[in-house]
Design a protein around this ligand. Structure first.
Ligand code: ADP
Ligand code: MG
Length: 344
């Protein structure tokens, strides 16, 4: 139990749209503490935006309860409309007013809309837009427009900021740069935030905690390292680590696969399972008699991606720092038993 009271507490909320069979959000519960960044990660359609909209009050909850900064805002017969929920929002498409300049966009929603006021200029300086107060959105790059949106959300100093795929429309260079900056700004201002993304690397990089969603449910909520090292289900493992998966069969005290036999802790009671091997844990050693063949190799700058084919035709991916092994070579796969995870 933490002694600090949470900014946000969600208890068993569900939202079912009449047009769909499965609810968009099912029995979701989570707690968010001040200053923390929570990631919502999952494939398209898993309910991330719906969950944000429920928190923001753009959607009604059908069951469960949402408590924001100590006040019940939805559920148990309570309803607080979005404009009174003390939230900031940042969307994928920036959603700036095209007819207002930068300062006026940021000032929008402040109690007194004075564009030269301290909060506006301070927040613009914070997001690196000092001097651009009088520009219009169409005179800014995508990255700069998203900074304006972030400044607008931050200017009122809300209890919580909700960011829905804010970097997805930007090109990779800007995305990587802004990723670092957003985290820095949120941390410097001690802002509590929920960051929605379908990009696992982005979620791991930015967030203190990540909730992996699948079909309206939270599959696992953990800190990024735990999520990556100890995925609790095959779905989380596939989505977060992009690892290799191999059928495995128990034989005496070992689990047998096409690439080797492993003594695994903790073990499973079943006779068959699926073994997860991360790309970076799969080492390749040349061996002319091996049945495993290198099918492809990409030079990625920092390292090499390899695709090898097992005797049954399965393709496994490896990341190696050296490109010494060539396409067509026969190799043995060497994997440390500590690095594999067994799923039922
Ligand atoms: P995500 O943001 O993770 O891509 P969404 O929350 O947008 O997912 O959508 C979750 C599910 O709910 C999807 O199946 C989507 O089609 C459905 N959905 C979302 N909004 C509506 C709506 N207003 N009416 C009907 N179905 C909706
Ligand atoms: Mg969405």
């Amino acid at each position: 139990m933490s002694l600090v009271s949470p900014i946000l507490q969600i208890e068993h909320i569900t939202r079912q749209f009449s047009q769909t069979i499965l609810p968009a959000v099912t029995q979701v519960s989570l707690t968010l503490h001040p200053g923390k960044i929570l990631g919502l990660l999952g494939p398209s359609g898993c309910g991330k935006t719906t969950l944000l909209r429920l928190i923001a009050g753009f959607e009604p909850v059908q069951s469960g309860r949402i408590t924001l900064a100590g006040q019940i805002v939805a559920g148990d017969g309570h309803w607080v409309p979005p404009e009174r929920r003390d939230l900031g929002m940042v969307f994928q498409d920036y959603a700036l007013f095209p007819h207002l300049n930068v300062a006026k966009n940021v000032a929008f929603g402040l109690a007194r809309q004075k564009t030269k006021s301290d909060p506006v200029l301070q927040t613009l300086a914070l997001v690196g837009l000092k001097g651009l107060e009088n520009r219009y959105p169409h005179e800014l790059s995508g990255g700069q427009q998203q900074r304006v949106a972030l400044a607008r959300a931050l200017a009122r100093r809300p209890s919580l900021i909700l960011l829905d795929e804010p970097l997805s429309n930007l090109d990779i260079q800007v995305r990587l740069h802004l990723r670092r900056e957003i985290r820095e700004i949120l941390k410097d201002t001690h802002t509590t935030a929920i960051f929605v993304t379908h990009d696992q690397e982005e979620a791991l990089a930015i967030c203190d905690q990540v909730a992996v969603m699948c079909q309206g449910k939270i599959e696992q909520l953990d800190d990024p390292e735990t999520l990556y090292r100890y995925p609790g289900s095959r779905f989380v493992a596939e989505f977060v680590t992009q690892a290799n998966f191999l059928p495995a069969q128990r034989q005496d005290s070992m689990w047998k696969t096409e690439v080797g036999n492993f003594s695994i802790q903790p073990d499973l009671p079943q006779e068959i399972g699926t073994l997860m091997i991360r790309q970076e844990d799969l080492k390749l050693h040349p061996h002319p008699e091996s049945q495993i063949v290198v099918r492809d190799r990409h030079f990625l700058g920092r390292d090499y991606a390899y695709w090898v084919q097992t005797p049954s035709g399965k393709i496994l991916q490896a990341r190696l720092s050296s490109g010494a092994i060539a396409v067509g070579d026969r190799v043995n796969c060497i994997v440390n038993a500590d690095a594999v995870t067994l799923f039922p």
